[in-house]
Design a protein around this ligand. Sequence first.
Ligand code: AMP
Length: 282
Amino acid sequence: MRVHEKRLDILADVAILKKQHKTIGFVPTMGALHKGHLALIERAIKENEVVIVSIFVNPTQFNTSEDLINYPRTLDSDVKLLLSLSEDIILFAPSPKEIYREQITSNSYDFKGLENEMEGKFRPGHFDGVGTVLKHFFNILNPDKAYFGEKDFQQLQVVKKLVEIEKITTQIIGCPIYREQNGLALSSRNKRLNQNQLAVAPLIYSVLKQVKKDFGTKSVTTLNNWVSKQFKNHDELKLEYFEIAKVSNLKPIKRKQKNTKYRAFIAVFAGEIRLIDNIALN
Ligand code: AMP
């Protein structure tokens, strides 16, 4: 496996690959890799001649310094996991300076309102950070395809808008959410959950599944109230938001309309640790 930390080194590698007309699949991650990441990487391996995985804890997309400091960093075991998939993966693990040079700042993006809902509302500036770092990565790597999890469905929609705005030719591919057997969506942040929190966290997905079941027969208000009730006075889990939104613009709805795709989105705190999940409703 080739591991690059320097922009110039990966640029040189990419230049050779482009000269050889190799198709490049890119999987951006923040490391602390788990099976959800590996599913994306496996798909990229199937669909491209070369796969580049990045591990970069992007400072501009964190909105609290505690979250940035406490974000798990497990590079040695990440490398082992990648090697267990394929020795041909190229790993790009730069420092913030390699990406941002002197100024660690974000561009200000207009993602046509996608950036103002849910995660955008509760994590101001988050999607500017995501857009900025991906713009840098796409510039450096010029991949044919890039793979993103539906676990961060809003991010996936924002990235599709980013490539449109920036006229980036990379094809953006969404991949299904990978879950534990108990339904908990895999996340690097799960590594920080204690035993009690791990035991109750599957409630998040069981609530989403029930909402999906009832979506055809119950009103949006009834469903919203029911979800709030499930977390009210909960010992371990605190609901930050639950929303049923249109897939096309991620705007929360009050009433369902015909021939429209909807998804339910949720963010929950287990102590300090923030967990998100979502489900297609129809
Ligand atoms: P992260 O390292 O959390 O920034 O995630 C890197 C990529 O992996 C993003 O596109 C995520 O949406 C995706 N991802 C994270 N967890 C999962 C999961 N449980 N299932 C599918 N994709 C995931």
